[in-house]
Design a protein around this ligand. Sequence first.
Ligand code: PMV
Length: 326
Amino acid sequence: MLKVSAPGKCILLGEHAVVYGHPALAVSIDMRLNVNISKQKVKSEFHVVNGELMKSKNHPHIINALDDIWSNEDQMLNINVSSEIPPSAGLGSSAALSVAIATGLIKAKNMNKSLEDISSIAHKFEANAQGGLASPMDTSTSAHGGCILLANKKLGENWLYSRTLGEKKWEIHSFELHDEIKNASIVIGHTGIHGSTAEMVLGVKKRLEENPNLINDIEAINALTKRGVIAIENGDLEALGAVMNLNHSHLQNLGVSCKELDDLVAVARETSLGAKLTGAGGGGCMIALSINPTETARDIELAGGRSYICKFGVEGVKIDENSMIF
Ligand code: PMV
């Protein structure tokens, strides 16, 4: 058996502004997706995923990975996927799947690939499964773990590599989290509402056309993200929380929050250092930076949200067990 796990992510700062060329900061969270791979013992023509013959429409990421990495092998596989990451919540569950399955199949074939290669391959699977569109934020954060800054230009010594997809190009950076920052938890509050990323991004574009002054909110988010990076490097939790609060106000101005998110953010702020929506908005999740995570989680639940207490900046993809000879 080959067991691989990869983490989910949340966006700490910079969502939506990143669409207009500004940086965004994501951290890995200690919710992991696990992929177990073993050989099928009897001769078969099909792979089996979670106990059922693989059907492409149900498993686009896995099909992409098998076609790309495993294609010329006769050996059919048993693949089991289990996940702690809530799906369709902006927490990077499909990226974690792409990263974990790519890592597992690469290991099973004894290929030698770096984390950079794996995140690039997984980004391709993610884009294929999503109609050609995917930023490399989720796959990079899941592959490398820690804290990833995505920007449209190289920003100093923390630069890792460039990533392109079609005409788009991103610069990926990695930051060390100061120990003080690791003392806090991120409490995620899930509204239970599914917000569509494409619709939310389109909505911001439309509102910007109608009201060009909204560009000031995009610019403000840009400045806050840069301030947040400094807070993360200096271990300044209070500053990071304050920056998150301000970031949320600008996301509200851009029209991507909603009552449910605002209610959870308001209640979480009472016991935390700062709170904001995370990801596309219109539903989905909010995050609070807290050193009282149990209290923050309790209050989120009392306000009607589903809460998850997470450590963040955790290790990226890893092989948890390799007892199988392929
Ligand atoms: O909810 P997520 O994790 O898909 O994040 C969306 C982030 C946006 O900035 C709104 C869109 C994007 O492509 O970066």
